[in-house]
Design a protein around this ligand. Sequence first.
Ligand code: SF4
Length: 227
Amino acid sequence: MQITEIYKSLQGESTYAGLACVFVRLTGCNLRCSWCDTEYSFYGGKRMGLDEVIAEIRRLSPAPGLVEITGGEPMLQERELLPLMQALIDDGYRVLLETSGERPLENVPRGVVKIVDVKCRGSGEGDSFRLENLRALRSDDEVKFVISDRGDYEFARDFLALHNLAGRVHAVLFSPAFRHDARGTRDVSHCLVDPAELAAWMLEDNVPARLGLQIHKLIWDPALKGV
Ligand code: SF4
């Protein structure tokens, strides 16, 4: 499969935030979100076989441990990715799959925790979510909305209610979008919507979701790769 990078860092998002994790970033994406922070993964990378990828993961962190498959959009390489995820599960790893929600997810192996985006309009890729993926969600999965403004918040709030997401998955995450060109200072001034404002909206509406911050962008320079 085509790999941009494999590295160990702290998990920055989801309910696994703060835990040590090996990240496997697959190359290529068919979307172009306006606030995307991994454009460097769209092209290039290097070809690696299944055994090579597993060996590198084991070198960085022997099982059991946390492995996140991310991108780009990893499910574009489904044919090679599905056996990799199954092998990691069989090895004893906890496997997270971070995906845009646009690719079919029904073949993802049981035991993999899917962290599925539903793109809001502010991303420029609204309407990309594949509604059939709602049927593929399991109780330990998580659904994430990255929010740029009040309109995105209202879309997320209403989508959550319409599809009873809180009753389907382990967590629904509302995460303020980070400015595309964020660099230097490590604080929430880079967020497109003020987290305090988003928190107030969520409290006002009693939304059954968690406010999520990308903690890796508060720990390290938001422009750093491989963290
Ligand atoms: S789906 Fe992810 S990798 Fe692709 S453009 Fe959007 S944020 Fe970037």
